[in-house]
Design a protein around this ligand. Structure first.
Ligand SMILES: NC(=O)c1ccc[n+]([C@@H]2O[C@H](COP(=O)([O-])OP(=O)(O)OC[C@H]3O[C@@H](n4cnc5c(N)ncnc54)[C@H](OP(=O)(O)O)[C@@H]3O)[C@@H](O)[C@H]2O)c1
Length: 322
C-alpha cells in the first residue's frame, strides 16, 4: 500500500510517499481502508519533535510512529476474531493518535475503541475533518468548562480548526456564544450560529462591558489576568491553545492568580475517546455541528499540506484524500 513515512524529525520535506506492506489485523483490530485523513496541531509536534518534551511520547531520537496521521475516515475491510462492534463494509471515522497513529496511508489496522460509525450525512472527506479538533472542543467545553445551558461563552479564536467546532458545540449545548475572529471570518462564524462576533482587528473583547461564564482560549493570545478579569463570578477559563508565553503563564501564574473559589482556570490536553466521538456523531446527524474544510490535498501531497497548515490562517480543516 501507499503511505506517508516519517523516519526523522524535521520539516515537511522529511516526509516520504512510499510503498510499504499492507497491515493485517490482529484479533483485537479492525482493518480500515482509509478514504480521507486530516492534519491537526498534534501532527506538527510529531513531525518536528518540538517542543523537545514531546519526544518523551513520540520517540527520543526519531519518531517511533513511522506513519503519521491521527484523524481518518474509511470503510472496514476486515475484522479480527475478537471484534464485536464492526463488520466489513461499515463506514467509520476516528482518531488514531491514542493507538499508534498511522492514518496517512491506504490502510490501517486499528483497535475498535479508536473508531465509531461515520455520520450518515457527512462525506468521508468531511468526517475525516472531525475527530481530534471536535473532541478537543467538546472536552474543553463540557468536561473542563462544565458548561450549562444559558451560560455566556467567549471563544477566543473562533474560526480555526478547533474554534469552528467550539462555537457550534457550545451552541448545541445551549450557550450564548461570542466568537473572536478577524474581518474575513465574520460571515463564516455567523453562518455556524455564533450569537455575537467580535472582529479583533476593530474591537477588543477585554475593553467591552461584558463578562463570560466560560472563556475558551483557543488562540489564547491574551494574558491570563485579562481572561480572569473577563470572567463572571463562578466562571472558568480553559486554556486550549496559544503561544508558549500563555502556556507558561497558565502553568506558573495560573494557580496563584486563581487562588480562591470564585473563578477557576483549567489547562487542558485532549484525549481520543470513543464515547465523545459517538456524542459528536449524534450532534452531526441532528444537524447541530458540521465540518468545515479549508483545503484538500492528495495523500502524496502531504508535505505541501503540512506547509499550508503551518503557514496559513486556516478557515477549517486541511484534509488529505487517500
Ligand atoms: N489542549 C489540547 O489538547 C489541544 C488539542 C488540539 C489543539 N490544541 C491547540 O488549539 C489551537 C488550535 O486552534 P485552531 O486550529 O482553532 O486555530 P489557531 O490557528 O490556533 O487559531 C485560529 C483562530 O484564532 C484567531 N486569531 C488569530 N489571531 C488572533 C488574535 N490576535 N486574537 C484573537 N483571535 C485570533 C483566528 O482568527 P482569524 O483567522 O480570523 O485571524 C482563528 O479564529 C492550537 O494552539 C493547538 O495547539 C490544543
Amino acid at each position: 500500500m501507499k503511505a506517508i513515512i516519517s523516519s526523522e524529525y524535521g520539516g515537511p520535506d522529511t516526509l516520504q510517499f512510499n510503498e510499504i506492506e499492507k497491515p493485517k489485523p490482529l484479533d483485537h483490530q479492525v482493518l480500515v481502508k482509509i478514504h480521507a485523513a486530516s492534519i491537526n496541531y498534534g501532527n506538527m509536534l510529531l513531525l518536528q519533535g518540538n517542543p523537545l518534551i514531546a519526544r518523551l511520547v513520540f520517540g527520543v531520537r526519531k519518531p517511533k510512529y513511522p506513519i503519521p496521521g491521527g484523524d481518518m475516515a474509511g470503510t472496514v475491510e476486515a475484522v479480527g476474531e475478537n471484534i464485536t462492534q464492526f463488520q466489513p463494509g461499515d463506514e467509520v471515522f476516528g482518531d488514531l493518535s491514542g493507538s499508534g497513529w498511522g492514518a496517512f496511508a491506504e490502510y490501517a489496522a486499528v483497535p475498535e475503541e479508536a473508531i465509531v460509525r461515520k455520520p450518515h450525512n457527512l462525506s468521508f472527506e468531511e468526517a475525516a475533518a472531525v475527530p481530534m479538533a471536535a473532541v478537543t472542543a467538546l472536552q474543553a467545553i463540557r468536561n473542563k468548562g462544565k458548561l450549562e445551558p444559558g451560560q455566556k461563552v467567549l471563544v477566543h479564536g473562533g474560526s480555526g480548526g478547533v474554534g469552528l467546532f467550539a462555537v457550534q458545540i457550545a451552541k448545541a449545548l445551549g450557550a450564548e456564544v461570542t466568537a473572536v475572529v478577524s474581518t474575513r471570518n465574520v460571515d463564516l462564524v455567523q453562518s455556524i450560529g455564533a450569537d455575537h462576533i467580535i472582529d479583533y482587528t476593530k474591537a477588543d473583547f477585554a475593553e467591552r462591558d461584558q463578562n463570560y461564564d466560560l472563556i475558551l482560549g483557543v488562540n489564547g493570545s491574551r494574558s491570563i489576568s485579562t481572561y480572569k478579569r473577563k470572567l463572571n463570578n463562578g466562571g472558568i477559563y480553559v486554556n486550549v491553545g496559544g503561544g508558549d508565553s500563555q502556556l507558561l503563564q497558565t502553568i506558573l501564574l495560573g494557580p496563584l492568580l486563581f487562588l480562591g473559589r470564585s473563578k477557576k482556570m483549567s489547562l487542558f490536553l485532549q484525549r481520543a475517546n470513543q464515547k465523545d466521538l459517538e456524542f459528536l456523531r449524534e450532534l452531526i446527524e441532528e444537524g447541530k455541528v458540521k465540518a468545515i474544510i479549508d483545503k484538500t490535498f492528495k495523500l502524496s501531497e502531504a508535505p505541501e499540506a503540512y506547509r499550508y497548515f503551518e503557514e496559513e490562517h486556516l478557515q477549517g480543516k486541511v484534509v488529505l484524500l487517500v
